[in-house]
Design a protein. Structure first.
Length: 298
């Protein structure tokens, strides 16, 4: 009898857990749609900025604009920005990002670089505090609804230090959103801005001038480039934030769906066990009743 009661309690407990995980899956699905919309909305702006920079870029601008300064292969001072979530229950999402960050930090330090870590998100902060790693920045206030203002707050101090020569590179480790089930950790070099790749189809006049012909520019190309470069860096940071947020919701939805499915399988197993135990109990009670009746007859 005690076993039957215990099985009944376990079935009820797992059913309650399944209800919670199913609700969390539905919430994550709703938030994922909004996060996906932010990712899609950020892409045309980034494409337009990249196209303008590619059209106006000229090699001599690397000396004129600090954001285009190429420090060479030896990067002595590197800032690594790690993006994680503030909440758990999203499978291996945060663990994969932290593992990627550890690997990159070890790789840079192996070359003798002076590396500083900027952690955005509670899970990353908690891990590196646990292992005793010093962090230059630790922010938990951005959450899963990042804005362009958040991106500006994160990247502007680093951009200013890069312009002053205090940093040689800025890299961001984030979750690239490919789909709800594909969110690989990705390393994005934000600074220095990489010059556009040479287009083999470009004619000689375009290559010599560094610009596509038949453009009438007002103001000058230098003024346009000077205004666009900071926007390009800020947009790269914003896209990393929104893609990480979308990836978090996708990972949580997948994790909660798996938990719901596993709870359903466990309930089925417990119910079969319960039915067998109940059947055995009833059979035993019937046998005792029959035995008692025969004893009375005798």
């Amino acid at each position: 009898m005690a076993k039957v009661r215990e099985l009944r309690r376990r079935i009820k407990s797992v059913e309650n857990t399944r209800q919670i995980t199913r609700t969390m899956e539905m919430v994550a699905t709703s938030r994922l749609k909004r996060a996906q919309d932010r990712v899609v909305a950020a892409r045309p702006y980034a494409t337009a900025l990249t196209e303008v920079i590619s059209n106006l870029y000229s090699p001599e601008y690397t000396e004129q604009f600090p954001l285009l300064r190429q420090p060479g292969d030896e990067r002595a001072r590197v800032a690594v920005v790690l993006l994680t979530s503030n909440r758990g229950l999203c499978g291996g999402f945060n663990g994969n990002l932290i593992r990627e960050a550890r690997s990159r930090l070890a790789e840079l330090e192996k070359t003798g670089a002076d590396v500083e870590l900027h952690a955005i998100g509670r899970k990353g902060i908690q891990y590196f505090k646990y292992v005793g790693r010093e962090m230059a920045t630790a922010r938990e206030d951005i959450g899963d609804r990042p804005t362009a203002a958040h991106a500006v707050e994160v990247i502007t101090p680093l951009m200013e230090r890069f312009e002053q020569g205090d940093l040689d590179a800025v890299e961001v480790i984030f979750a690239k959103f490919r789909s709800a089930i594909s969110t690989p950790p990705t390393l994005l070099p934000v600074l220095p801005i990489q010059p556009p790749a040479e287009d083999p189809g470009k004619d000689e006049h375009a290559e010599s001038s560094g610009r596509i012909p038949n453009f009438i520019l007002s103001p000058t190309a230098e003024e346009i480039i000077g205004a666009i470069l900071p926007l390009y860096v800020q947009n790269a940071m914003y896209r990393a934030l929104v893609e990480t947020a979308a990836s978090e919701h996708g990972a949580r939805r997948t994790a909660m769906k798996n938990a719901t499915d596993n709870a359903g399988e466990m309930i089925d197993t417990l119910r079969r066990t319960y039915n067998r135990a109940r059947q055995g109990q009833i059979t035993q009670e019937l046998a005792e009743i029959v035995g008692g009746a025969e004893a009375l007859k005798g």
